[in-house]
Design a protein around this ligand. Structure first.
Ligand code: PGA
Length: 249
């Protein structure tokens, strides 16, 4: 398998009306030739028009999917629906879903399996809270989330893992380089134990949590960081462009 490209992924969360699609035009205009892969996960209402405008030059993804393929689940979207709208990726297990919607590791695993079944790559999010870090539980939390949220059958094509310390999301607080390095190294080794060294090297490990144009370079220089999952700084093409340039080196 060809080595996976580094990945700059934007998570727009519950932000973005059709007027903001101009940011995609700007991003495609300035960065379509980037060496890294670019992905934006807009609210589901914008997946189809965004995919239309991006026309394959950047990837588009969902922020969540249901674990079932179809059925009586008012308000939910299946992975196949996201794919049908033009998505190629979906985020599963974001800490905001885990906290706001009580999603357990078992639920995240089922959603990830549903994503694979529909032909989407899943970006599975894991990360400790501040209390857990202060109690020295970070690695134990990561182990439990990795073990519980990642289905069997992971490959470099169907799985991306985002390490997002909950306390760093939207706060402007970023772990130290050593803290990021320790967790990413641990994730890589844990994947190697379970899926073999080749797959472990192919799965891209993103860091997420207050990544900005001005700290991106330092974060991307850390071993085993293959890109970023970016919230706030992905909303504007100018900011996200700075992060893409840092990833491209
Ligand atoms: P942030 O969000 O970049 O705004 O901290 C990251 C995320 O939640 O994916």
């Amino acid at each position: 398998m060809a080595p996976q490209r580094k990945l700059a992924a934007g998570n727009w969360k519950m932000n973005g009306l059709s007027g903001q699609l101009s940011e995609i035009d700007a991003l495609v205009g300035s960065h379509a030739d980037a060496g890294c892969e670019i992905l934006i996960c807009p609210p589901a209402t914008l997946i189809a028009p965004m995919a239309d405008r991006a026309d394959g030059r950047i990837a588009v993804g969902g922020q969540d999917c249901h674990a079932e393929a179809k059925g009586a689940h008012t308000g939910d979207l299946s992975a196949a629906m996201l794919k049908d709208a033009g998505a190629t990726y979906v985020i599963t297990g974001h800490s905001e879903r885990r906290a706001d919607h009580g999603e357990s590791d078992a639920v995240v695993r089922a959603k990830t399996e549903a994503a694979w079944e529909a032909g989407l790559a899943a970006i599975v999010c894991i990360g400790e809270t501040l209390d857990q870090r202060e109690a020295d539980e970070t690695i134990a939390v990561i182990d439990a989330q990795l073990g519980g949220s990642i289905p069997d059958g992971a490959t470099g094509e169907n799985l991306v893992i985002a390490y997002e310390p909950v306390w760093a999301i939207g706060t402007g607080k970023v772990p130290t380089i050593d803290q990021i390095a320790e967790v990413h190294d641990h994730i890589r080794k844990t994947l190697a134990d379970r899926f073999g060294e080749g797959t472990a090297q192919d799965v891209r490990l993103l860091y997420g949590g207050s990544v900005k144009p001005d700290n991106a370079k330092e974060i991307f220089a850390v071993d085993n960081v293959d890109g970023a999952l970016v919230g706030g700084a992905s909303l504007k093409a100018a900011d996200f462009g700075g992060i893409i340039e840092a990833l491209d080196g």
